[in-house]
Design a protein around this ligand. Structure first.
Ligand code: FE
Length: 186
């Protein structure tokens, strides 16, 4: 088995062990991941963004307590945990949108009133823990992030990927895509 194959196997193992846990809005972690990745695929996004959509919440599954901290009002910074874990194996086009996807929510809350109106209850709850809407001075700084646009796009998938009873492609269908992105140390 190549190092890339082994890495993908490790990721699949995490989904195997933890994917059934509740994401928090009537969908499991695995369902949520698959829905987000499917949306990215349907929109014709680059493979790196499809992978980011699939893996954006992996930080919740490598931490022993998953979502529990946020429900307790503590920010576990799952976006940083996830990006740090994946950085060893994937390029920044995968890991940066993941690292920024919570900041992207704070950004959209500061800049798009219709976005705030559509946020789910759980997202509003976690927003407060994550620092609330961005301050005006934070907005232009965030827009300078090299992966700003991808982070915003990922955030939209994250918000949409919470439907119940929807048909999605299997995790297995992403194996080759993930393997092809494997690039340690980049
Ligand atoms: Fe998510």
């Amino acid at each position: 088995m190549s190092a890339g194959e082994a890495t993908v196997a490790l990721i699949f193992d995490i989904f195997e062990r933890r994917g059934a846990e509740l994401y928090g809005e009537h969908v499991s972690q695995l369902q949520h991941a698959l829905q987000c990745a499917q949306l990215a695929r349907e929109q014709g996004c680059a493979d790196s963004l499809v992978a980011a959509a699939l893996l954006h919440d992996i930080g919740r599954m490598v931490e022993p307590e998953g979502n529990v901290d946020e429900l307790r009002g503590v920010d576990a910074r799952h976006e940083t945990v996830g990006a740090n874990v994946l950085r060893r194996a994937f390029p920044s086009a995968v890991t940066e949108p993941i690292r920024l996807h919570v900041a992207a929510k704070r950004y959209l809350c500061a800049t798009d009133a219709s976005y705030v109106a559509r946020l789910s209850e759980a997202s509003i709850l976690s927003l407060n823990v994550q620092g609330g809407a961005m301050l005006p001075k934070e907005v232009p700084v965030f827009e300078q992030e090299p992966f700003f646009a991808d982070a915003i796009q990922l955030r939209r998938f994250d918000d949409w990927g919470k439907r119940t009873g929807c048909e999605v492609a299997s995790l297995e269908s992403y194996r080759d895509l993930l393997r092809s992105l494997y690039a340690p140390g980049r």
